[in-house]
Design a protein around this ligand. Structure first.
Ligand code: FAD
Length: 361
């Protein structure tokens, strides 16, 4: 729980914010101030969101928020304080499904038997010729398409598109993404919490989120072990040193009391993934860029979908990304309109997230 002076600052800010209209705001930073007030903005929303997005909140739009940011009911906050009651099960992803075996990859492995004969993995696409509808791969292979459904990040797709109109290259400058360092830490003792994940706005850890992966499924780590997955973002606005990230993550786990100092000796493994395309940041320039790029691609029978193919954070979780692919196929085969992806400008969505797979990210 918050120290009392911070609690009062947050409550004061919330009360003051009742006089502000979020509709008058033009960016995410202003929206945060107007909805949550100065206190929560200062102590949680601003530092936390900068840690997640690695971009200034003033660069970001407020249109994507929908159900991704839980907003505040002041009367409920006051009632909870008076009754000294904790609000535990809120948010669209407070329950979710996860495979017992095989982690996230296990979900997709179950598709393989149905498509094995058509599946070619580890082939880098190096050219898409929109005039001849031919594809060229790094291994020298070629193929042709009638309709191309692609999840390549849009900038990567534009890099290999031939011909590439200059206005698309200009438009793509309006798309921004964060990069990430994901560090997994295996510890030879059981977790002393049943939590799934926790967020960290504070500067005493590089990560903004830690997931207790071994709580997702007992088959994820050997018995008696816990597996922590930490996520740290970086960008030109927020550099991070890759060489020291593991040490800083472990220090952060101790500083945030997820690990005890003596647990350092129980760390049996660490693993680092550097992820170039981490989060598609919903910046103010995004929808304008997509409004140029997507119609051009569609006019050449290219359906760019998925986390970085659609570049819409609000529909970029696994469940959304998979359904975007399913819905394109349904549209092509049966004429059923797509539901998850919508042509830009992206509408403000009420996203159905009753049961999601593995939280959100
Ligand atoms: C840190 C983090 C945490 C997340 N947490 C969650 C979560 O808890 N729950 C959830 O539902 N979702 C989560 N997600 C989102 C989830 O990972 C994505 O929704 C999903 O992976 C998107 O699938 P996709 O097929 O659209 O894109 P991707 O999985 O990115 O697939 C695109 C593929 O294109 C390939 N590619 C790129 N260029 C080429 C080329 N030239 N030739 C051939 N292939 C190429 C890439 O290698 C990649 O494999 C998280 C994402 C991140 C980064």
């Amino acid at each position: 729980h918050l120290p009392s002076e911070v609690l009062v600052e947050c409550l004061n800010g919330l009360v003051d914010a009742q006089h502000l209209d979020p509709n008058d705001t033009v960016n995410f930073g202003e929206w945060v101030h107007s909805v949550f007030g100065a206190g929560i903005a200062r102590h949680f929303m601003r530092p936390y969101n900068f840690k997640v997005w690695a971009h200034p909140l003033e660069m970001m739009s407020k249109r994507w928020i929908s159900e991704r940011v839980s907003v505040i009911d002041l009367k409920r906050v006051l009632a909870n304080l008076v009754h000294q009651r904790d609000e535990l099960s809120w948010g669209p992803n407070n329950t979710f499904k996860y495979p017992l075996y095989g982690g996230t990859g296990g979900l997709y492995e179950r598709f393989v038997p149905y498509i094995r004969d058509h599946l070619r993995l580890n082939r880098e696409l190096v050219e898409v010729d929109t005039e001849t509808k031919r594809l060229r791969f790094a291994d020298g292979g070629e193929d042709s398409y009638d309709v191309l459904l692609t999840a390549l990040p849009i900038p990567e797709l534009l890099r290999i598109l031939r011909p590439i109109p200059g206005h698309l290259v200009d438009a793509a400058r309006g798309l921004h993404n964060s990069h990430g360092l994901v560090v997994g830490v295996g510890v030879a003792r059981p977790a002393d919490t049943s939590k799934c994940w926790t967020y960290f706005p504070e500067p005493d850890s590089p990560f903004y989120r830690v997931t207790f992966l071994s709580n997702y499924s007992p088959k994820i780590a050997p018995e008696g072990h816990m597996l922590l997955l930490t996520e740290t973002s970086y960008s030109e606005h927020k550099p991070e040193d890759r060489a020291t990230i593991v040490d800083r993550v472990v220090d952060g786990l101790v500083a945030t009391k997820l690990l005890r100092p003596e647990d350092r000796d129980l760390i049996v493994t660490t693993h680092t993934e550097q992820v170039d395309y981490f989060y598609p940041v919903p910046t103010l320039t995004r929808d304008g860029a997509l409004a140029e790029i997507q119609p051009y691609l569609l006019s050449h029978d290219i359906y760019s979908r998925g986390r970085f193919g659609a570049w819409c954070y609000e529909i970029s979780n696994m469940d959304h990304s998979v359904m975007q692919g399913v819905e394109v196929v349904d549209f092509l085969l049966e004429g059923r309109p797509e539901k998850t992806w919508q042509p830009p400008p992206t509408p403000v969505l009420r996203i159905e997230t009753e049961t999601v797979e593995a939280g959100s990210g």
